[in-house]
Design a protein around this ligand. Structure first.
Ligand code: UN1
Length: 507
């Protein structure tokens, strides 16, 4: 167990990050660190009145923020990026304390925030619309992109601050106001992020009050964002069950949603694969973040000719990987977020065993750890077929391995799950790689070659198909989800030709 006093360390970090002690000392909601299960904070939920007031204030802020030139809006995001750079160590460590990520992954999460700030700053000068050829003389047709309004951001515990940053940085340069409901499990990193953002606002000088709010709480707060007519876009990350509830409710009032839901990501290892590279890539993708990324590798299809060699090496990695205190150098797998995650993992493993699964690892590691902390050895489960729990996302480090002989069959099985987030193929055969990336190949939003499915850069669009929800966040042209498009036709002539040759002569 860690020698550090975690509640004290949390208070120290929060103070350095500019969070008022009262904000995490007196509330009714207990915040626990998965490292030991100890309480590290007590926060207060926002009540219905505070929630409604924050949304109204955000809407009022949007009405003036939308008039600020986009490159100037980019300046606010640049200042926020500066704060993140200056406090990367503290915020990264707080992520480790609140979520249990190993130190480099906690820091990596903050780096992802910095990266999206840089991206959004550049974007603030590139919110381009098209000019379109018109069929009418002396006319011009073009597209203009305008801010949407208030963007509600619902984030999950596993990327408690980076996914908010993807949404926030883009939404702000696009001229929107933002209201954030972080996961109930990670209010402290949200408070710290908000405090850093407040410093950026102070340096910026004249941003409207209420531009960026954080509302701690549970379902009530989420429902308020989902149902409020002034929340133009609800961007929600979490389970498919959550998305199924949110999507229709927002659609009911013709609001917009951007959903980033569950994944059941797979990799295919072909006969020509570089096995050294594959073992490293698969190990990180399956065991990294203790299997708690939405991009975590959960299914593996290995060609029979390399199955024994690859699985033998993977088993070694599973049996030797360093599990423990995420703050200790050398640890690669930290704790699960809580007991519910552990129970779900054990239930999936038990079900897999009844279907003929043979597991390496998977048991709880208790030696030297607190009773309320849930450390596990990641599980590699050899399955005879893709059935039962293999078809579901269990948010824990379980990798189901299966053999294949024909790539067409492997791709069919790869796509035969409800989710469609991320995917990869390990091969040195150009035909196999291109087939996997083609229309007949992976049906996911992300498809990689010789890289695992997790750990995407911010520059690409992030999200997936089917039950993953269809949304795209972060890079490429994802910004368009945060704006509304107007098509403008301008007649600079003295006649009025109608489109499609329609005649309407009033004489
Ligand atoms: C998530 O788990 O919700 O691609 C986001 C990745 C990270 C983001 C994951 N950059 O694994």
């Amino acid at each position: 167990m860690t020698a550090i006093d975690l509640p004290q360390e949390t208070a120290r970090l929060l103070a350095q990050l500019g969070v008022d002690k009262a904000a995490f000392s007196n509330g009714a909601r207990l915040v626990r660190t998965p490292i030991t299960g100890q309480t590290i904070g007590r926060v207060a939920d926002a009540d219905a009145r505070q929630t409604a007031a924050a949304i109204d204030a955000a809407h009022a802020a949007y009405l003036s923020w939308r008039l600020v030139p986009a490159p100037r809006r980019g300046e606010l995001v640049r200042l926020f990026g500066d704060e993140l750079r200056a406090h990367k160590a503290e915020l990264g460590r707080l992520v480790s304390l609140e979520v249990g990520k190993i130190a480099s992954e906690g820091l990596g999460e903050v780096q992802e925030m910095i990266d999206i700030c840089d991206f959004a700053l550049g974007l603030s000068r590139q919110l381009y619309g098209l000019t379109i050829a018109t069929e009418r003389a002396q006319h011009r047709m073009m597209e203009t992109w305008h801010p949407l309004g208030v963007v509600g951001i619902v984030s999950a515990f596993n990327f408690p601050v980076a996914v908010w940053a993807w949404n926030a940085a883009l939404a702000l340069v696009c001229g929107n106001a933002i209201v954030w409901k972080p996961s109930e499990k990670t209010p402290l990193t949200a408070l710290a992020t908000q405090a850093l953002f407040a410093r950026a606002l102070a340096k910026f000088g004249d941003a409207p009050a209420g531009l960026a709010a954080v509302l701690l709480g549970g379902r009530d707060v989420g429902h308020a964002l989902v149902d409020h007519a002034k929340v133009a876009l609800v961007s929600a990350t979490g389970s498919t069950a959550m998305g199924r509830a949110v999507g229709p409710r927002v659609a009911q009032r013709f609001g917009r949603v951007l959903l980033e839901l569950g994944g059941n990501n797979a990799a295919i290892v072909c006969p020509s694969a570089d096995l050294d590279l594959a073992v490293r890539g698969l190990a990180f993708a399956a065991m990294g973040t203790a299997g708690q990324r939405c991009t975590t590798l959960r299914r593996l299809f290995v060609h029979s000719s390399v199955y024994d060699a690859l699985i033998g090496r993977l088993k070694q990695a599973y049996l030797s990987v360093g599990i423990g205190d995420p703050l200790v150098p050398g640890t690669l797998v930290g704790p699960l977020i809580d007991k519910a995650a552990f129970d779900a993992m054990q239930a999936a493993l038990a079900q897999a065993a009844t279907l003929g699964g043979k597991a390496t690892g998977g048991a709880r590691v208790t030696d030297g750890f607190a009773a309320d902390a849930f450390y596990v050895r990641p599980a590699l489960v050899e399955m005879p077929d893709q059935t039962g729990p293999v078809l579901e996302e269990t948010f824990a480090p379980i990798l189901y391995a299966m053999r294949y002989d024909d790539l067409g069959d492997a791709i069919a099985k790869h796509n035969a799950v409800a989710q469609g987030l991320s995917s990869s193929i390990f091969t040195n055969d150009l035909r196999e790689a291109e087939l996997f990336l083609s229309a007949r190949g992976s049906d996911c939003g992300i498809a990689n070659v010789n890289i695992g499915p997790s750990g995407a850069e911010i520059g690409g669009a992030f999200g997936g198909e089917k039950e993953t929800g269809g949304g795209r966040e972060s890079g490429s042209d994802s910004w368009r989800a945060y704006m509304r498009r107007a098509t403008n036709t301008i007649n600079y002539g003295r006649t009025l030709p109608l489109a499609q040759g329609v005649k309407f002569d009033i004489g």
